[in-house]
Design a protein around this ligand. Structure first.
Ligand code: ATP
Length: 253
C-alpha cells in the first residue's frame, strides 16, 4: 500500500518501553496528499503510540528504537478528550486566536477575525463569538469542534485524529465525523484516523491498516478489506461489529 505523492511515510517504526518491552514493531505505512488512512485495532494494539510518534509526542517511558518517519507538511493532532486538550482557564476563542496568531503570523486583530471565521466553519453557535466562554461552559461536542478549529488554524497538510469521537455520545460522534469529512473535502488535508471502531474507520477512510499487538496484520482498501478480510484477527474485528436487531413485525407490535 504505497501512496503516490506521499505526505507521510513511516518505514520500519519500532517503539519500546524503557523496560525494553516491545510496544510497536516494524510498522510501515504511507499516506498520500488528501488521502485518508484508518488505523484500527483493539485497545493496546499500538495505534496511539504510532500516531503520536509522527509528532514526536511519545509519552514518558516510551522510545523509538528504529524506523524513519518523513512528514512532508504540517501535521496537527486531535485527541480523544477534547476538554483535556483545552486550557480550562482561558476562554476558547482566545485560545483559538492565540494559535492563529502564532501559526499564521498575522496581527492580533486579524487573528481574532480568523478565529471567528473558523468558528463559523466548524458550525459553532454565534453566542460563542460575542461572549468569550470557557471550556467548562461548552458541551463535549462543542469542545471537540474548538479543538478541530485549533488544529485547522495550523493549516495542516495532514490531520492526525486519535479517537476523536470516543468521548462523545453517538449523535455527536456522527456530527463530528461529518464535519471532519466536509472540511477535508473543502481544505484537502490528508487524515490518519485512529479508532477501535471499524465501522467509523471504514466510513471515513479509503484505506485501512489493522493493528494487533503492535504490528500491522492486514492493510488494504477499506471496501475490499471489509468484504474479503484475510487475517483471522480482521475477521474477528468485523464479526465483533454488532448487527442491528431485526424488529419482528408480528401482529400487535
Ligand atoms: N508510557 C508508557 N509506558 C509503557 N507502556 C506504555 C506507555 N504508553 C502506552 N504503553 C503501552 O503500549 C501499548 C500500546 O499503547 P497504545 O496507547 O498505542 O494502544 P492503543 O491501540 O492506542 O489503545 P487504545 O485504543 O486503548 O488507546 C499498550 O500495551 C500500552 O500499555
Amino acid at each position: 500500500m504505497i501512496s503516490m505523492n506521499p505526505i507521510l511515510e513511516i518505514e520500519g517504526l519500532s517503539l519500546a518501553a524503557k523496560s525494553k518491552k516491545q510496544l510497536v514493531t516494524n510498522v510501515s505505512l504511507s499516506v498520500g496528499a488528501g488521502e485518508s488512512l484508518g488505523i484500527v485495532g483493539e485497545s493496546g494494539s499500538g495505534k496511539s503510540l504510532t500516531l503520536r510518534s509522527i509528532l514526536g509526542l511519545l509519552p514518558r517511558g516510551v522510545e523509538q528504537v528504529s524506523g524513519v518517519i518523513k512528514c512532508d507538511g504540517r501535521a496537527a493532532m486531535i485527541f480523544q478528550d477534547p476538554r483535556g486538550a483545552l486550557d480550562p482557564l482561558c476562554p476558547v476563542v482566545r485560545q483559538l486566536a492565540e494559535v492563529v496568531y502564532y501559526r499564521q503570523n498575522v496581527s492580533r486583530r486579524a487573528s481574532r477575525t480568523i478565529a471567528l471565521e473558523l468558528l463559523e466553519m466548524l458550525g459553532l453557535p454565534d453566542s460563542l463569538k460575542h461572549t468569550d466562554r470557557y471550556p467548562s461552559q461548552l458541551s463535549g461536542g462543542q469542545c471537540q469542534r474548538i479543538v478541530i478549529a485549533i488544529a485547522l488554524a495550523c493549516k495542516p497538510g495532514i490531520l492526525l485524529c486519535d479517537e476523536p469521537t470516543t468521548a462523545l455520545d453517538v449523535t455527536v460522534q456522527q456530527q463530528i465525523i461529518e464535519t471532519i469529512t466536509r472540511l477535508q473535502s473543502e481544505l484537502g488535508f490528508a487524515i490518519v484516523f485512529v479508532t477501535h471502531n471499524l465501522a467509523i474507520a471504514a466510513a471515513m477512510c479509503s484505506k485501512l491498516c489493522v493493528m494487533k499487538e503492535g504490528k500491522i496484520v492486514e492493510r488494504g482498501d477499506s471496501l475490499s478489506l471489509l468484504q474479503n478480510p484475510q487475517d483471522p484477527y480482521t475477521q474477528m474485528l468485523i464479526n465483533a461489529v454488532l448487527p442491528l436487531p431485526e424488529f419482528e413485525r408480528s401482529a400487535g407490535v
